[in-house]
Design a protein around this ligand. Structure first.
Ligand SMILES: [Fe+2]
Length: 131
């Protein structure tokens, strides 16, 4: 898997190319702008945070909404992100952004692949908390 982070411009191009609506793209931009502000605030407090990853991860977090708006859009988004050879850090942000974290038991009830979907890194938490 490619570990190089795409630019925000590339991320926006990818959202269009896979078929995200203008509305979804506008939402992703808004989440990204806010997430960057929070990330920068974290940085100012001395926390170790990858602001670029937050920016691009937030832009791409809803890429699965190009195919479905169901709760499985995170799972579909992971598939799309992997097919686009996006870095694991981005895939992980997409995977765990739904519902601010979903436990394996609940995932089963929702018809999702059974596993925990909890944000663990600060970057994942920032996107998940603002999506
Ligand atoms: Fe979402």
């Amino acid at each position: 898997m490619n570990e190089e982070l795409p630019s925000s411009q590339t991320a926006l191009r990818l959202l269009s190319e896979v078929g995200c609506s203008k509305r979804v793209i506008a939402h992703c931009k808004a989440v990204s702008a806010l997430a960057v502000k929070f990330a920068e605030a974290c940085e100012e407090k001395g926390l170790n945070v990858d602001v670029d990853l937050v920016e691009v991860g937030a832009l791409l977090h809803d890429i699965g909404r190009s195919k479905t708006h169901g709760v499985d859009h995170a799972v579909v988004g992971v598939e799309i992100a992997k097919s686009l050879n996006l870095p694991e850090s981005i895939v992980s942000i997409i995977e765990c952004h739904i519902g601010g974290g979903i436990a394996a038991e609940e995932a089963k009830d929702l018809g999702l692949p059974v596993k925990d979907y909890f944000p663990t890194t600060l970057e994942e938490k920032l996107v998940s908390g603002l999506r």
